[in-house]
Write a protein of this length. Sequence first.
Length: 339
Amino acid sequence: MTPTTLTCSAAIVAALSAVPTLAAAEAFAPKVLVMAMFEAEAAPWLKTLDLPNTITVPGLPKDHDALSCNADLCVMTTTMGYANAASSAMAVGFSDLLDLSQTYVLIAGIAGVDPENGTLGSAAWADHVVDAGLVHRIDSRDAPSDWTSQIVELGAKVPGEKPGWTAGSEVFTLNPALVSAAMDATRDVELADSDDAAAYRANYTQNAAKGAPQVMVCASVSADTYWHGDTIAQEVADHTALLTDGAADYCMSQMEDNATLTALTRAAEAGRLDMDRVAILRTASNFDRAHDGQDTAASLSATSGGFGPATENAFRVGNAFASLIIEDWDRFAEGVTAD
């Protein structure tokens, strides 16, 4: 090595030693993390709240790779479907950029609604979340003539028989005390509605469908497949009741929640968050079946007027509970348990 090289090396070492070492950024600990599934669900949060800070999290989808935050609350978009929702929830749940150990996670999005239980714009806090995709299915054109359903539970032989084995993510029961607190905090929230939604719901004969939107508690059912129609909706309702021994009353249909909860559970098992602090809110953008006299295919493609009120109400109701958590942090910091 030449003297010139030695001189250069010494200069570089001296220069580096003069630069202060930057401490690793402290993980951000929001009081509330809101998970939306697509842009229109996130939009009211992003438009209404002041969320000036961004946290880019590796593993999130490239078009929605950052959380939008203020000092207390963050909003993220998972993108739609099981694979996207689980991947995004896993990325955030295991990110060292975040400390979610005391964070309340609020999954807030739109859904289809059973007209026996609700109407367009209705908001439902989930007490149970059931997977409708983890089943055996034989099309009615191929099934035995005496079968009353295309759904056969995993490991079962006929419809209506209990599962013989499970994947472990078919049913989630959310913290009843948190569900009750959410319902108490939001039951009187003024819900958005529309003339188009009111006109469309008037075609239904069910009392719940014809009424004004309300806040309620019921079961949310997940599947990557967007099902529609009276026959399959009844099969899903029966499946939900069977898996929960009648404890869950199906009312909302959506495409992510069991996947999201599975990913969050993995993070909770690793000590990174608390599943007793996870809440799910779904708001009705459409009915899950046709009204009397309507063709099911026409119902699937109909413009019901529920989309706008549903996306707005997911924000109105969700934000009411998020605001309570933040404002009353002394109460919520230690978690919510039954009295």
